[in-house]
Design a protein around this ligand. Structure first.
Ligand code: DMJ
Length: 929
């Protein structure tokens, strides 16, 4: 038990205001005690299996950390696809994301306390020495104040907290003399100039060497910052003050928080997403619990826990009440307008809000936590990962997933609160998905698109700081961790700060700048320990009963627009406002309403504003729906075995990979490389996937030339050196304005960086085989796709296990994969497209010459990466859905190519080829686990 805790348990509520220290400790204590209470619900998981999963997490961490240290350190981050370090300035800029990179070995610092949690004390000691030896905090680089605070300052403080804990234990870190703390202090002073504003809100960026004001700083002109950016400093800054005795840090962080509190919208008690740091005006007046605001709320509650200052809890409770009143629309959490909180501001949710159920556990409000978590889990089950944003009807809105840890965090806290083994199973799924879809030979790669399973050359430091910590702790018993985790609080980056800080250096008196607080009808929880007796009233199946109705919430959901609009007006009989989707320019009444908007009352003006916003959303959605989604190029040959998946742009002509089987084949460069004339090396590309460089002629012309040479597919590689789908919007290749029905082969586009991964692989391994598809395929299915005789597959238990379809991905079973490039294809029946491919296409008249700069406008504007999914096959929502479902069933029925027993390929001819792959596959599995 912590020093602060005084040993009070939480069997009963503490009815009066408890001293902060008691609440801090008991909140943590409650979380633990529940785990031993739960006995029913999901089947319990044995200690053995939990240990196995814990070991798997350790092995995964080693894979991520080991590759970072080997291939990237001292760079800030690992680029896991190209297996090198990401050094700012040496890679094309990714915009704001790069502001986390300060040339200070970010990933190493962010990983420090994870090493101790994962019981890697020796490695921790080495890592600390490296930080002290190598890290420079005085680089001429502009960084985000927020990211530097949570990742670097937090990382150094977390490292220091555990270093002194270890030193006290007497075995490790005996040489340690607060060096990390000194670095943290140095960094703290470097960040302070950011607070030089009249409001006390920090500038969003600072130059580590030159600060803000100097001309060399190249920053300081910004006027806005996000609420989370200004409101997520108090834990680190207060810890720094209390560790060092230098009060200035805590004072500055408090001042910023006080200002935000003052600026809350007084009638709704909500805050906006961005604020002007000079005037304090809200710049973006939408409000949610995800991106831009998230950790502001988190830090109010946790500042109360760590610092014991009542005002933080009162503020948190006031905001929480508003969140539950307006934003929480169970199981959804939807952004609203701060002035009109009954108006939803968006029709989609972002992935960052997945931390909120965890915070609700800390608050003691378990029911909505269970509901939201379950909804998120259903989305994950559909897409393997949580897309960066998804709509209220659970379609993908932004398809990336940078291996964010928030959902694992909430899973851990819910398990601690409920002890329900269901959450262990959830954690197991997260582990499986990471290994199956994100693991690459050189680390773990972010998902570029959860729909295609394609990767991005990115492994953020928070993946090591947070994901592995929460996953490991989920399966660990108390004795698996070398210290008592309950003595610490997690920062938003999962760094550990000791609760005893609450009683140290308290010279910074709380600045009670606000006097009035909203009275809340929240008496069960306000000043008491969340009591598990109340949370789970004599019913061990409580959590399950909350989850049950949500089991099909994603699959059964039907498209819908903005859910809630000024409900109070409807109730009072007022005419509902005109919605963008209903607007008809020919309707005089509509035109009249439009005219009124913005002119008469403030309500009309707001209707006008919302109407415009909806119009913009609607038209961009319509635009997007006309676009094709991105495709995947998966490298399947040794040593990749399907683990590297590249995001590819589709073509508006040729074989549509979303409707047909994948195309698999070895790659060969065409000659001429631009593919703009008849190929001079048809023998090299015959039966293969031709690589062609972009430029000099139309895409369709290239396609015809390689098709005439006998290629079974084509990959156009961008001629613009250094281009990458990380930094440029993906587009679809347009036709040539003529009939392109003669083009039967699939064509995909890769930016230069992704294309180079294939070209480099050819250099190194000569034979490179790829799979062109709409969605990356399961690795076991890829190996099986080459038609190994079933007795070989069956004699390999590893593969047998992986063979079981367990997800949507798996359901695109191996049977559907055929090897168009291999003579071993077991398919007897050809689709019309394939049969026409086998007959020689007629010779084509030369298409119009054009150069790459004059491609169709769609090339510039189409961005399938931001596509909304337009169809869903899993609901019973629309006729279209049903038709598609039927169609896909019919296709399967009429395609009896799937009898694994009935192979037509001579076994001998494939065995030699396959033994090698099978051995390599087995070796890889062994290496990995
Ligand atoms: C982390 O850096 C922190 O958790 C932050 O508060 C927001 N989210 C990222 C990871 O997704």
């Amino acid at each position: 038990m912590s020093e602060a805790g005084g040993g009070r348990g939480c069997g009963s509520s503490v009815p009066q205001r408890a001293p902060w220290s008691l609440v801090a400790a008991t909140a943590a204590f409650c979380l633990v005690s529940a785990t031993s209470v739960w006995t029913a619900g999901a089947a319990p998981m044995s200690r053995e299996e939990r240990q196995k999963l814990g070991n798997q997490v350790l092995e995964m961490f080693d894979h991520a950390y080991g590759n970072y240290m080997e291939h990237a350190y001292p760079a800030d981050e690992l680029m896991p696809l190209t297996c090198r370090g990401r050094v700012r300035g040496q890679e094309p800029s990714r915009g704001d994301v790069d502001d986390a990179l300060g040339k200070f070995s970010l990933t190493l610092i962010d990983s420090l306390d994870t090493l101790v949690v994962l019981n890697k004390t020796k490695e921790f000691e080495d890592a600390v020495r490296k930080v002290l030896r190598d890290v420079n905090l005085d680089n001429d680089v502009v960084v985000s104040v927020f990211e530097t605070n949570i990742r670097v300052l937090g990382g150094l403080l977390g490292g220091h907290s555990l270093a002194i804990m270890l030193k006290e234990k007497g075995e490790y870190m005996q040489w340690y003399n607060d060096e990390l703390l000194q670095m943290a202090k140095q960094l703290g002073y470097k960040l302070l100039p950011a607070f030089n504003t009249t409001s006390g809100l920090p500038y969003p960026r600072i130059n580590l060497k030159f600060g803000i004001r100097k001309p060399e700083a190249r920053t300081g002109t910004e006027t806005d910052t996000c609420t989370a950016c200004a409101g997520t400093l108090i834990l680190e800054f207060a810890a720094l003050s209390r560790f060092t005795g230098a009060t200035i840090f805590e004072e500055y962080a408090r001042k910023a928080l006080d200002f935000l509190w003052e600026k809350r919208q007084r009638s709704s008690n909500l805050v906006g997403v961005t604020i002007n740091i000079h005037t304090g005006d809200w710049v973006r007046k939408d409000s949610g619990v995800g991106a831009g605001i998230d950790s502001y709320y988190e830090y109010l509650l946790k500042a109360y826990v760590l610092l014991g200052d009542d005002s933080f809890l009162e503020r948190f409770n006031t905001h929480y009440d508003a969140i539950m009143r307006y934003i929480s629309q169970p199981p959804l959490l939807l952004d609203v307008h701060i002035h009109k909180p009954m108006l939803n501001a968006r029709t989609w949710m972002d992935a960052l809000l997945a931390f909120f159920p965890g915070l609700q556990v800390l608050k003691g409000d378990i029911r909505p936590a269970i509901e939201t978590h379950e909804m998120l889990y259903q989305v994950i089950k559909k897409h393997n990962f949580l897309p960066e944003a998804f709509t209220t009807d659970f379609r993908v809105h932004w398809a990336q997933h940078p291996l964010r840890p928030e959902f694992a965090e909430s899973t851990y806290f819910l398990y601690k609160a409920t002890g329900d083994p269901y959450y262990l199973e959830v954690g197991k799924t997260l582990i499986e998905n990471l290994n199956k879809y994100a693991r690459v030979p050189c680390g773990f790669a972010a998902m570029k698109d959860v729909r295609t399973g394609s990767h991005e050359d990115r492994m953020d430091s928070f993946f090591l700081a947070e994901m592995f910590k929460y996953l490991y702790l989920l399966f660990a018993d108390k004795e698996d961790i070398i210290f008592d985790i309950e003595d610490y609080i997690f920062t938003t980056e999962a760094h550990l700060l000791p609760l005893w800080l609450s009683t140290t250096n308290q010279s910074i008196s709380k600045k009670n700048t606000t006097s009035e607080y909203t009275e809340l009808d929240d008496s069960n929880f306000d000043w008491t320990c969340p009591n598990t007796q109340i949370l789970f009233p004599n019913d061990p199946l409580y959590a399950q009963s909350i989850r049950e109705p949500l089991k099909n919430v994603v699959d059964k959901s039907c498209p819908r627009g903005i859910i809630r609009v000024r409900e109070e007006s409807f109730r009072s009989g007022a005419k509902p406002p005109l919605r963008a989707r209903d607007f008809m320019a020919t309707n005089p009444e509509h035109l009249e309403i439009l005219k009124k908007m913005g002119a008469a009352s403030s309500i009309d003006a707001e209707d006008g504003l919302r109407f415009m916003q909806e119009m913009i959303e609607l038209s961009s959605q319509q635009q997007k729906e006309q676009q094709l989604p991105p495709r995947a190029v998966q490298i399947v040959s040794h040593p990749f075995f399907g683990r590297v998946v590249l995001t590819a742009g589709p073509a508006q002509f040729g074989l549509d990979l979303s409707k047909h089987k994948e195309t698999r084949g070895f790659v060969a460069s065409s000659k001429p490389y631009n593919g703009c004339s008849e190929l001079t090396n048809p023998e090299a590309v015959m039966g293969k996937i031709a690589l062609i460089q972009r430029g000099q002629c139309m895409f369709a012309e290239k396609a015809r030339n390689i098709q005439n040479a006998g290629a079974i597919g084509g990959i156009v590689i961008d001629d613009n050196e250094g281009s990458s789908s990380d930094t440029a919007p993906l587009f679809q290749m347009a036709g040539d304005g003529k009939d392109t029905d003669d083009i039967k082969i699939p064509m995909l586009f890769l930016f230069s960086k992704e294309g180079n991964i294939i070209l480099d692989a050819i250099q190194e391994y000569e034979e490179v085989e790829v799979l062109l598809s709409d969605k990356a395929k399961d690795r076991a299915a890829i190996l099986k796709g080459k038609m190994i005789p079933s007795y070989i597959i069956n004699s390999n238990p590893e593969m047998e296990n992986e063979e079981q379809p367990s997800s949507e991905n798996d359901s695109q079973s191996a049977e559907q994969i055929t090897s168009s490039s291999q003579e071993v294809d077991l398919v007897d029946q050809e689709s019309p497209e394939e049969s026409s491919l086998n007959s020689q296409p007629e010779s084509l008249s030369p298409a119009d010459m054009d150069n790459a700069a004059s491609v169709s406008p769609s090339e510039q504007i189409s961005n399938p990466m931001e596509n909304h999914e337009t169809t869903s096959l899993d609901g019973e929502c629309t006729d279209l859905d049903n038709q598609l479902q039927e169609q896909s069933e019919t296709e399967e029925d009429s395609n009896p190519n799937v009898s694994w027993g009935k192979k037509v390929q001579p076994i001998d001819s494939i065995l030699a080829d396959w033994n090698e792959d099978i051995e390599a596959f087995e070796m890889m599995e062994k290496d990995e686990l």
